[in-house]
Design a protein around this ligand. Structure first.
Ligand code: PLP
Length: 339
């Protein structure tokens, strides 16, 4: 039995999801004639209380489009040093939008309104890049699935409003935060100008992300998506997976979170552990003491057909997901206990 905990992106569509996909009514989405895509976009927009939503092939493309919507070349984006847009989108912020990032030295990928204030370049000081956008991630990926304090986000929103800055949420794993903190999509829709969400992470879809926002910003999003090569044709087959996931898979995230917490409890007691970071959702990040080296530890697990990620700098990562069964869980806890 292979136990793959490298990421929550490795899931395969379930029978129910595949059925929903096979039965989807489709049309040419570049003409906006795919009724399943239209239905998913309308449903997600409504969920967040925004007027517009647009389907994308990836979270990266949705984020890159958002950055372009909010900025002009030469501008600066404020984000955490752990931000996905800075670390893991291939340098797209500079490639696609010609912007730089002002990195905040946050905690587990999160920062304060005061830190945002301090990071804004004075708009009349023309020697510095013009700050136009603040970007945050919830949950934080490199921060180990941590969830923001909603009150701090409200304070950051005030800073954005006072300084005329856009506010974008990279919500690749926002569904996890909503379930873990019992928050609603509308709470986030009220706070952010644009939000990207992924269907291919915790929700078990093969492909798909959606960018959400109000009309004045989103009217240009479809053009940017076209420029980036993201205009797709009979893509309702994929949107159908998203609709299915909204109906069936959001509540299941609780199970991922529970399993992640149980893994952390076992790790905390293990002889080979230095530190396990607090688990809030489906990501467990930990460091080892010198009983085993990182590589040797990964090899030991691999020999038992268990696969996890090495994040570098001594950090190892386990991510629970929809295809990680209770049987696999019992077997993993057993191995972690015995090592
Ligand atoms: C996965 C992820 C994305 C988008 O990734 P794609 O693989 O392009 O869909 C964006 N932000 C965060 C925080 C992510 O974890």
């Amino acid at each position: 039995m292979k136990i793959d905990l490298r990421s929550d992106t490795i899931t395969k569509p379930s029978k129910g999801m595949l059925n929903a996909m096979m039965q989807a009514k489709v049309g040419d989405d570049v003409y906006k004639e795919d009724e399943t895509v239209n239905a998913l976009e309308a449903r997600v927009a409504k969920l967040f209380g925004k007027s517009h939503a647009l389907f994308f092939p990836s979270g990266t493309m949705a984020n890159q489009t958002a950055i372009k919507l909010h900025t002009n070349p030469g501008d600066q984006v404020i984000c955490d040093k752990y931000a996905h847009i800075y670390n893991y989108e291939g340098g797209g912020a500079s490639f696609n939008s010609g912007v730089s990032c002002k990195l905040i030295d946050g905690e587990r990928g999160m920062f304060t309104a005061k830190q945002v204030e301090d990071a804004i370049n004075p708009p009349d000081f023309y020697h510095s890049p013009l700050t136009t956008l603040v970007e945050i991630e919830n949950t934080t990926n490199k921060g180990g699935g941590a969830c923001w304090d909603f009150k701090e986000l409200q304070k950051i929103k005030k800073v954005c409003t006072a300084n005329n800055l856009g506010f974008h949420l990279d919500g690749a794993r926002l569904w996890n935060a909503l379930v873990a903190k019992e928050e609603t999509a509308k709470d986030y829709g009220e706070l952010f100008d644009t939000i990207s969400v992924c269907f291919s992470k915790g929700l078990g879809c093969p492909v798909g992300s959606v960018l959400i926002g109000d009309e004045h910003l989103m009217q240009n999003a479809i053009r940017i998506r076209k420029i980036l090569g993201g205009g797709m044709r009979q893509v309702g087959f994929l949107a159908a997976a998203g609709l299915y996931a909204l109906d069936h898979n959001i509540e299941m995230l609780k199970e991922d979170h529970k399993k992640a917490k149980e893994i952390a409890i076992v790790l905390e007691k293990a002889s080979y552990i230095n530190k396990v970071e607090t688990v809030e959702t489906n990501i467990v990040i930990f460091t080892l003491n010198d009983k085993y080296g990182d590589e040797a530890f990964l090899e030991l697990l691999k020999n038992k057909n268990i696969h996890i990620s090495n994040m570098g700098q001594g950090k190892l990562r386990i991510v629970t997901h929809l295809d990680y069964t209770s049987e696999m869980h019992d077997s993993l806890l057993n191995v972690l206990n015995l090592l």
